[in-house]
Design a protein. Sequence first.
Length: 275
Amino acid sequence: MPRRKSSVVGREFGDAMREIINQTGMTHRELAGRIGWDESKLSDMVRGKGGVTETDVIQLLSYCQVKPDVLQHMLALHRKTRELGYLKLPDGPPDQVPTLLTQERLANDIAVWSMNLVPGHLQIADYMQAVIDGEARRESVDYEKVIAAKLERRNLFHWSRTFVFYVHEQALRLPVGGPDVMKDQYLHILAMTQRNYITVRVVPTAIGAHAGLSGSFLRLSYEKFEPVIFLEGKNSGLFLDDPKSLAVYASVLKMLDAQALDPGQSWELINSLLI
């Protein structure tokens, strides 16, 4: 039975279908009538809820007269909607996957666990550049393009959504870019915590082993959809929204919440690093 619950890949498929339909100049009601579908079926599809078979996809795309390469791309994307997890292999940095940026804009609650670096959303430009220098050959990176794209994520910060950043103390102490860069980075984090919708919690080195040892991740929560977990690899991004994965990462966040310093203690620790 086709699913009726929205997923990340389902929403990407639905958005692409919506764009194709818009290019025909027909309304959804008109198109549904012409191909003999209930309008609700078409509506569920473009909202990422599935409910269509591969034959349905071919019928709709054929009526919309898409090119063969578009048809093949959409069929491949539709097949992925039946899989657990959604792997993206981007041309650029994994944290700039368009799908991730779209899902972050849709989310109303974002929780981040960062074990090795200052969380990307909170990084200053000089810190970003130092990270890039440490990971890649200078001549292979378009600094302006990559850093501008990363800084664009700051537009996510708005009182209409909440952010909780769990970060390991060793990530804060890692001297990325040198003392001056780190001083500016600490000041930026402290300034951001003044916003009542942003919380920073430090997991202290002193506790030893902790719940986040398996690696960094972020969880996106929505009003209308199930949560999504995003795992960033060296050259890939993986979205997980199956119930088992969501339960595992919910447990990790619950443990990190218990192990981390409270917001006031975290502020004091970061402030102490300025001395």
